[in-house]
Design a protein around this ligand. Sequence first.
Ligand code: ATP
Length: 206
Amino acid sequence: MNKQRVFVVGVTGGIGSGKTTICREFAALGAPVIDTDQVARDVVAPGSPGLAAVVAAFGPEVLTADGQLDRRRVRQLVFATPALREQLEAILHPLIRQETDARVQAAGFPYCLVCIPLLVERGGGNRVNRVLVIDCPTEVQIARVMARDELTAPEVAAIMRTQASREDRLAAAHDVLENTGDVSLLRPRISALHARYLQLAKEGAA
Ligand code: ATP
């Protein structure tokens, strides 16, 4: 992920832990944020080589009438056949990696936050210089996702079971930001982390 010396902080956390919310706070301090979910959407935008590769592998049935990738259809296909999931990932993962690298290099800042929801699950820790885990109690996570996505508690719990445990995620962390109370109360800690990452980037470049 790091041809030149951009210090990369991988931000991760379970569903609804507050990755997006916290990244926004870092962005307000001037830190570039790359959201790999957004990159994953961009690499299959209409007209992209990524979309062409997916259509070549899965057929035109994965396109909507207006030429977008039909994500629901793709989800159904890969859910029914695990080999297709592997095939899809073999197409998309290198493209997502390449595009993320390009954005890191183009960020023009000593360090860069890369939000990777499944960093721990996919063993992505070795592709970043530091891992920042956004953590909050499971009950808070469930309540937030229920409110945001209009899901029931069992539905949120089912998603959480497909993700790393809180313990495994915390074990992979260099830094942990506990996102419980009001976000404004976290700003001093976020500023301190920002200063630390600038310092680490400087030391790395020396
Ligand atoms: P996902 O994994 O689903 O993409 P996420 O980790 O990016 O989620 P957010 O979208 O930032 O999480 O937060 C989930 C929900 O909780 C949002 O509705 C957000 O506004 C709310 N939220 C996040 N942090 C706090 C906080 N400290 N206090 C109150 N609400 C919060």
